[in-house]
Design a protein around this ligand. Structure first.
Ligand SMILES: Cc1ncc(C[n+]2csc(CCOP(=O)(O)OP(=O)(O)O)c2C)c(N)n1
Ligand SMILES: [Mg+2]
Length: 561
């Protein structure tokens, strides 16, 4: 921590402030607009990862934020850099991931003229970031940076954008560093907890749904203990399964895409839904049908860190403003009823989950994706699994078992291109653990260039590219809505294994299921970033669903209708 006696450039003040906040890593794509900050980073004990495109850099930073619980940090240049990074800001908003994005800006005296790459960041990011601001004076950098970290982490975590006019970073000022900020926990009130206890005691078919951001391993463990004492089924919201151990006998599955119909029916039939942290947004709510808008058919207890989320879509029987760790700690004070009426339901929910996730159906073609998922359960039980968006992601979401906190990294925003940078960030944060990215052929080429970043920094991530030669998800919808009229969904792909070699990594092509496990072992043994190019039959559009089946059903429906 430096005091006000020393004159420092804005760049130095900024970087010292990052050190004061405990930042260990930053992700960036350089720009001439923030050279003074890059220069200060030269001497700092902060690991800089230079990326190939700002979307990848922002995804790495927000993933770091999710993994560490502290705000991830990304630096990008003006207009083109900032707009490339905007995708990451959108993901961080929807994923409730703490992110501080520093963007370059033109010199103060030139603002408003439409100078080179000038943008109005407050306006541009105003609707997605929790806070978007511009630094006017280097002496205010400590104050603004500490507020940026606080805002990104407080309550519902999210993205903050800080614009840095070039001359602010060069000018000197005498100002003291601000101390490290910690977000304030938000505790539920005693009356609310008593009310919750009453509702639980009166319930016959209660369910617990957990989701949203701001969790940590301790909160997941406290939630698990609560579910044990009350023998409640634990249901994950979309892509939040790894808050708890999926091998736990109370875990009942995920409300995601391609949901288990039995799980959906169970939530619909519940008389009490305790929603912790999540928003029950479009995907987990199955297009807002599970609860009923605005009046849920279940008695809804909505626990969320952001008061504005409670009552935004659903009218709760009981609203509780609390962060997941504080609320789950408070759950320890509740007493279960003497006789628990719903234990049979909890066992049935578990059985239904196991039936849904343990026996993957066969698919057309020589590569069985279900068998590959089962192989990965054995080969990499402790790996971090990241994915982007596409039908390929249904397989790991349904058939893998997550047992460790944050083992599952996927964007609730359905953002293609998330998996590769997220896996790289996971490897950077925890080099001892296997990090696997699942990508589609379409998905991979959105941020696949970050594979070069993995090679550059010696981060041996394993990328499984599931190649069906198309934007399969969209083709699937196309066949449903416009059967037989294929438009803009076909792809001609490179040889992804050869691409891995060209980057300096390890690559293999998989045409048969049996090739997968040995190829995976060789990829691990290579110690290099790897791509396993898995070629699947285009008919294998989703578990137990073929493309032709969808087209024919749509055509029959047309004739019939
Ligand atoms: C950034 C982004 N652009 C477009 C979309 C729309 N979209 C959703 S899935 C998808 C196709 C994904 O194709 P691929 O990665 O090959 O996976 P597949 O569905 O074929 O398994 C598209 C274009 C999106 N979700 N995100
Ligand atoms: Mg595809």
């Amino acid at each position: 921590m430096k005091d006000a006696t020393l004159a420092r450039t804005g760049g130095q003040i900024l970087v010292d402030q990052l050190v004061a906040q405990g930042v260990e890593r930053v992700y960036c794509v350089p720009g001439e607009s923030y050279l003074a900050a890059l220069d200060a980073l030269h001497d700092a004990k902060i690991a800089v990862t230079v990326c190939r495109q700002e979307t990848g850099a922002a995804i790495m930073a927000l993933t770091d934020g999710r993994l560490t619980g502290r705000a991830g940090v990304c630096f990008v240049t003006r207009g083109p850099g900032a707009t490339n990074a905007a995708h990451g800001v959108h993901i961080a908003e929807h994923d409730s991931a703490p992110l501080v994005l520093f963007v370059g800006q033109v010199e103060r005296s030139m603002r408003g003229r439409g100078a080179f790459q000038e943008m109005d960041y407050r306006a541009f990011f105003g609707s997605t970031a929790k806070w978007a601001t511009e630094v006017e004076d280097p002496a205010r950098l400590p104050e603004i940076v500490q507020r940026a970290f606080h805002t990104a982490m407080q309550g519902r975590p999210g993205p903050v954008v800080v614009s840095l006019p070039e001359d602010v970073l060069v000018e000197t000022a005498r100002v003291a560093d601000a101390p490290r900020v910690e977000p304030a926990a938000i505790w539920p009130g005693q009356t609310q907890m008593a009310e919750l206890q009453k509702l639980l005691w009166a319930a016959e078919r209660p369910v617990v749904v957990f989701g949203g951001g701001g969790w940590n391993a301790r909160a997941g463990a406290a939630l698990t203990r609560f579910s044990e004492r009350f023998d409640l089924p634990l249901i994950a919201s979309f892509r939040r399964s790894s808050v708890v151990d999926n091998d736990h006998p109370n875990f009942a599955g995920e409300l995601g895409l391609g949901v288990n119909p039995k799980l959906k029916a169970r939530v619909e039939a519940a008389d009490l839904a305790l929603l912790i942290g999540g928003r029950m947004a479009e995907t987990p709510s199955q297009s807002y049908t599970l609860f009923g808008v605005p009046e849920p058919r279940q008695a809804l207890v909505h626990v969320h860190a952001d008061a504005a989320e409670i009552g935004r879509v659903y009218h709760p029987r009981l609203g509780i403003v609390a962060t997941p760790p504080a609320f789950c700690a408070a759950l320890e004070g509740l007493q279960p009823p003497n006789a628990i009426a719903w234990s049979g339901e909890t066992r049935a929910a578990r059985e239904a989950y196991l039936g849904w996730s343990d026996q993957p159906p066969a698919n057309p073609g020589g590569v069985q994706l279900g068998e590959i998922m089962m192989a990965l359960r054995r080969l990499a039980p402790d790996a971090t699994f990241a994915n982007g968006a596409g039908n390929f992601a249904i397989w790991p979401g349904r058939f893998l078992r997550f047992r460790r906190f944050n083992q599952q990294l996927g964007p609730v925003s359905g953002s293609m291109g998330f998996g590769v940078p997220a896996a790289i960030a996971a490897k950077r944060a925890d080099p001892g653990r296997i990090a696997i990215a699942f990508a589609g052929d379409g998905d991979f080429l959105m941020n696949g260039q970050e594979f070069a970043t993995a090679v550059q920094y010696g981060l041996p991530v394993i990328v499984v590219v599931v190649d069906n030669g198309m934007y399969g998800t969209i083709r699937m919808h196309q066949e449903r809505e416009y059967p037989g009229r294929v438009s803009a969904t076909q792809l001609r792909n490179p040889d992804f294994a050869a691409l891995a070699l060209a980057y300096g990594g390890h690559g293999e092509t998989i045409d048969e299921t049996a090739q997968f496990a040995p190829a995976f072992a060789r990829a691990l043994a290579s110690g290099k970033p790897s791509i396993l190019h898995v070629k699947i039959d285009p008919e294998a559009i989703a578990p137990a669903t073929t493309l032709t089946g969808i087209r024919e059903a749509a055509l029959r429906h047309r004739v019939g209708g």
